[in-house]
Design a protein around this ligand. Structure first.
Ligand SMILES: CC(C)(COP(=O)(O)OP(=O)(O)OC[C@H]1O[C@@H](n2cnc3c(N)ncnc32)[C@H](O)[C@@H]1OP(=O)(O)O)[C@@H](O)C(=O)NCCC(=O)NCCS
Length: 213
């Protein structure tokens, strides 16, 4: 893998209410902002790590467990280390999504990441990858997630042109209409319903799919 693939920086220009964005791999400097965001709301989706490295599990009524995000800076650092390993091994490619602030810096606005649907192998080696994302609570409603998903999708199809990767899947709970809108706006048409399949996932979902080209 070249440095260009390992450390990409994607720039998305501002359009209307959607601010200009920079997407790049997560860095240690992001830990305080990530932990602060996690204390505002616990995203239970779009926080992928390797199966053995998922930082936190939350008990649900009935004894079931559900994956959730890091709870504090220690968890955030562990999550970040998992993302670093993902870039190194090429099997999980997560981008911090940053918005320029008024004083020449950047503020954390979200996350967008890729893994293989089968959770094995490097991205590009399998036909189907999956995309996940979240937007910081204060940054929602300005088209940040769709812009980030479009940028990561274009980047991965471009970077892995000629590889086996043929399509990217986007899955959300049926009770998450905001995510359904993200899919539509990012060019991922609805494909089919995905019925609940406990203990792997507990709610019915929508599968959206974007094909290469
Ligand atoms: C779903 C989510 C990623 C949307 O991100 P976003 O950057 O706000 O995306 P958009 O601005 O395009 O808004 C998407 C939809 O959210 C709704 N929305 C609008 N303003 C909103 C606000 N202030 N807060 C929450 N949702 C809002 C609208 O329905 C909007 O669709 P519209 O543009 O057709 O009106 C974000 O709400 C989130 O992070 N949720 C928690 C984690 C999650 O669900 N991740 C996805 C897992 S599949």
């Amino acid at each position: 893998m070249t440095d260009g693939l390992r450390f990409p920086e994607l720039c998305v220009p501002a359009v209307g209410r959607q601010p200009a964005l920079i997407l790049r791999p997560w860095r240690a400097a992001d830990i305080p902002a990530l932990a602060a965001e996690m204390s505002r709301e616990y995203p239970t989706a779009g926080m992928w790590s390797r199966p053995g490295e998922r930082p936190v599990r939350t008990a649900l009524p009935g004894g079931a467990e559900r994956r959730a995000g890091p709870a504090d800076e220690r968890d955030a650092a562990r999550w970040l280390a998992s993302q670093d390993r993902g870039w190194r091994d090429g099997d999980r490619l997560s981008f911090a999504v940053l918005e320029a602030d008024d004083v020449g810096g950047c503020v954390l606005a979200g996350n967008a990441g890729l893994k293989n649907r089968e959770e094995t192998g490097r991205i590009g080696e399998r036909e189907t990858a999956e995309i996940g994302y979240w937007t910081a609570v204060a940054a929602r409603g300005r088209g940040i997630a769709p812009a980030a998903v479009r940028a990561v999708t274009d980047w991965v199809f471009d970077s892995f042109a000629g590889a086996s990767l043929r399509q990217i899947m986007l899955v959300h709970d049926v009770g998450n209409p905001a995510s359904c809108r993200v899919a539509e706006k990012a060019g991922y048409p609805f494909r089919e319903l995905s019925p609940a399949n406990p203990p792997h996932w507990f709610t019915d979902g929508h599968i959206h799919m974007r094909l290469r080209g």
